[in-house]
Design a protein around this ligand. Structure first.
Ligand code: KIV
Length: 272
């Protein structure tokens, strides 16, 4: 008889839900290759994202828009090879989810090629129906609200979202609708800390923040920002964890520790 490999030692969606229920924070980080995936997992990161930020930090583009499905697949396979326990999440790149059917086909392709557990999606008005379609076919998803870099042209720049009362109310309502539609995780990017705290408290699914203050369930940053190797101006929400550390391992472990203790992000890395 075939006995499936136990998932006991794998980080799963129920595992993250349990952490949320118990009030324990979890740490997420991007990675784009085998060696860093291995290292990041060894440092205690629970969720590793192959983000379309690779368009900027690996490929040198100005935006995430040129990233293709093949790019995510290529880096996804490399990262998958380096992970044993951490959850692997892949971004669905711009143009790969122009209809629920296209999103479904592309998510299946990514998951087949990489054995990723979760796909993350951005979307203007389209996220709800795509989440619903993915959930209908048993595909775990992470919706993304707040600043959506794939929509930078529509949003008119990289700006904090949900500052006005009406925008905050709309984001909370959308978050609840996405949860009802079947998304398993929600990522909030560049959202005022009080709004992110309210959304996190209202939802049962775990909420991951980047520039969303300390009161979300998990934090994520781009690896290159943590290691301070990105050229140019740094976003307010990122932090150079190499400061005071003599190794890359030390910096990533410090990030994990500060997230789990609720020390990162503090007010200086959050929006009010
Ligand atoms: O692409 C990415 O790395 C992301 C994170 C910034 C959350 O979406």
């Amino acid at each position: 008889m075939y006995i499936p490999k136990p998932l006991d030692d794998k980080i799963t969606i129920p595992h993250l839900r349990k952490l949320k229920q118990e009030g324990e924070k979890f740490a997420c980080l991007t990675a784009y290759d085998y060696s860093f995936a291995n290292l990041v997992e060894d440092c205690g990161v629970e969720v590793v994202l192959v983000g379309d930020s690779l368009g900027m930090v690996i490929q040198g583009h100005d935006t995430t828009i040129p990233v293709t499905l093949d790019d995510i697949c290529y880096h996804g396979k490399a990262v998958a090879a380096g992970l044993h326990n951490a959850m692997l999440m892949l971004d669905m790149p711009f143009g790969s989810l122009n209809s629920p059917q296209q999103a479904l086909d592309n998510a299946c392709e990514l998951i087949k090629q990489t054995e990723a557990q979760v796909v993350k999606l951005e979307g203007w008005k389209s996220q709800l129906e795509i989440v619903e379609a993915l959930a209908h076919f048993g595909i775990a998803s992470c919706a993304h609200l707040g600043l959506q870099p794939q929509m930078v042209n529509k949003m008119g720049g990289y700006r904090v979202q949900g500052k006005a009362k009406s925008a905050a109310e709309e984001m909370l309502a959308t978050a609840k609708n996405l949860e009802a539609a079947g998304t398993d995780l929600l990522l909030l990017e560049c959202v005022p800390a009080p709004l992110a705290a309210e959304i996190t408290a209202e939802l049962e699914i775990p909420v991951i923040g980047i520039g969303a203050g300390p009161d979300v369930d998990g934090q994520i940053l781009v690896l290159q920002d943590v290691l301070n190797v990105t050229p140019g101006k740094k976003p307010k929400f990122s932090k150079n964890f190499m400061q005071g550390q003599s190794s890359i391992q030390g910096a990533i472990s410090r990030y994990v520790t500060e997230v789990k203790r609720g020390q990162f992000p503090d007010r200086s890395h959050s929006f009010s």
